[in-house]
Ligand binder design. Structure first.
Ligand SMILES: Cc1cc2nc3c(=O)[nH]c(=O)nc-3n(C[C@H](O)[C@H](O)[C@H](O)COP(=O)(O)OP(=O)(O)OC[C@H]3O[C@@H](n4cnc5c(N)ncnc54)[C@H](O)[C@@H]3O)c2cc1C
Length: 451
């Protein structure tokens, strides 16, 4: 059980992983994965009185959900995600009152800067999209932008700006929601890898964990970067590729902005502790693996769109994935137990670039030290939009994955929508465009937004 009084910080977790003494014999629904999507789903289910068990192979938010930039934004999103994201922003706004814990959510606004008038005009296209959805996005002139971002040594032409967007602290959010789920009646198990799923008469009948089986007729796989492997072992094809993002944080420093600023040199946001979370604005690394070849054709449109920022890297990931079994016996340790927490190394080259760009953009932060750096493995779908669906070939089995580098902000809204899908109750959020089949039925694969 994830302890209700535990206030551990996910990324700097140093305590032992807490394996459960035993797993419940039965559950209405089992959720695989303790990232923001899994815990939010468990929370919404538990609040409705559903007997839900969440199994996390490592610790809550140990992977993407504890390693991201912390941006909570609707700005620039694919229109298919916007209603879910709008609901998510509403939930973030109420979260502190609802769960009794502060996860650092604040609306400091989101800025996508433009270096030229042409870029600013291109960003303007999204203002029209925003207006269709009643979102407060607008273009800022260079002078207006300077009022929000003090002392930046860059002559921007302006920015796309959404005042109602915000940020939250990733190391706090998913653990706090997991605790809220536990208080509402969910059983949250850490250090509890799910090895596979059993079926009876063609329908899901149980999940098999490393600590025993749980009888259930409904399963959600919200396994982040592991979803493709997990589903593949059940004969379900989920196209997914990974990109490594390097992130850093500075010591507390003077205020130069109070929001999230994305520039092609730097992504930067103010932190609750007075420092800044920073990342390179135009470098993401895709470690080439066998999956890169398997899914190449489906990812061509996304690769073309991200050509300027995604760099290929050739390292041990290829061999590691090659050696990973594609199916395994459920009564022996699985690949999920072999890697409790996916903890990629931050790139020193990217970190040098981050430091250089921070100093160039904000000379007043030149003496502010970078006190921590880390990396996270982003998983992406071919059109950079999530996959949320019930799997027809295995009734009772569902997936929620492919949040493609922007799943933290949308996580609570996704949890509400997914809970609706699992219980058959209308959540009010239309997720029909997010079905898995769109990648296999000849529908055009057209990414609208970026990773
Ligand atoms: C560097 C970086 C920056 C980002 N910045 C932002 C941002 O600013 N804003 C934003 O909205 N999004 C951002 N994202 C994306 C966001 O973090 C993810 O989209 C989101 O966290 C995905 O949540 P998830 O729950 O689907 O997956 P995850 O957080 O990856 O969780 C999946 C969990 O499943 C567990 N698991 C896997 N297999 C098993 C198994 N068999 N049994 C049990 N457990 C299992 C894993 O251990 C993991 O904890 C960023 C991501 C990264 C890496």
């Amino acid at each position: 059980m994830y302890p209700a009084d535990d206030v551990s910080v996910a990324l700097t977790w140093s305590g032992p992983l807490r394996a459960p003494q035993a797993v419940p014999e039965t559950a209405d629904i089992v959720v695989i994965g303790g990232g923001i999507v899994g815990v939010s789903t468990a929370w919404f289910l538990a609040k409705q009185g559903v007997r839900v068990v969440l199994c996390e192979k490592g610790h809550i938010a140990g992977e993407q959900s504890g390693r991201n930039w912390g941006w909570v934004r609707v700005q620039g999103r694919d229109t298919r995600e916007i209603p879910m994201m709008q609901e998510s922003l509403r939930i973030w706004g109420e979260l502190k009152n609802e769960i009794g814990e502060d996860v650092g959510f604040t609306r400091g606004g989101c800025f996508f800067t433009a270096n030229t008038d042409k870029q600013l005009e291109e960003l303007g296209a999204w203002v029209r999209t925003a207006a269709d959805f009643g979102i407060d996005s607008r273009l800022l002139s260079a002078t207006e932008l300077k009022k929000h971002v003090e002392g930046a040594a860059i002559d921007w032409a302006g920015a796309l700006y959404t005042a109602s967007d915000g940020r939250a602290e990733p190391h706090k959010a998913a653990p706090a929601i997991a605790r809220a789920a536990a208080r509402a009646g969910a059983t949250v198990l850490t250090s509890c890898a799910v090895r596979g799923v059993e079926s009876s008469a063609g329908h899901v009948s149980a999940v098999v964990t490393e600590h025993g089986s749980i009888e259930t007729s409904v399963v959600l796989c919200a396994a982040g970067a592991w979803t493709s492997l997990f589903c593949g072992s059940l004969g379900i094809n989920v196209p997914q590729l990974k990109v490594r993002g390097t992130v850093a944080r500075t010591a507390p420093a003077e205020s130069v902005l109070n929001g999230n600023v994305f520039d092609d040199r730097l992504g930067i946001r103010r932190r609750e502790d007075g420092g800044y979370t920073i990342a390179h604005g135009s470098i993401l690394e895709h470690p080439v693996t066998p999956a890169s070849f398997r899914y190449f054709i489906k990812f061509v449109p996304a690769l073309m769109q991200e050509l300027k920022i995604v760099r290929l890297s050739f390292g041990r990931e290829f061999i590691d994935e090659w050696r990973t079994p594609k199916s395994w016996s459920l009564d022996a340790p699985s690949p999920f137990e072999a890697t409790r927490v996916l903890d990629p190394q931050p790139s020193t080259r990217v970190l040098r670039g981050i430091r250089k760009n921070l100093d160039t953009m904000f000379p007043q932060l030149r003496n502010t030290p970078i006190v921590e750096s880390w990396a996270g493995m982003i998983e992406s779908s071919p059109d950079v939009v999530p996959i949320i669906d019930a799997i027809e070939s295995l009734p009772g089995f569902h997936v929620a994955t492919g949040f493609s580098g922007h799943g933290f902000g949308i996580g609570p809204g996704a949890g509400k929508a997914i809970a609706g899908m699992l219980t058959g109750k209308d959540s009010g959020i239309d997720i029909s465009a997010l079905r898995l089949g769109r990648f296999f039925d000849g529908s055009p694969i057209r990414p609208q937004s970026s990773i």
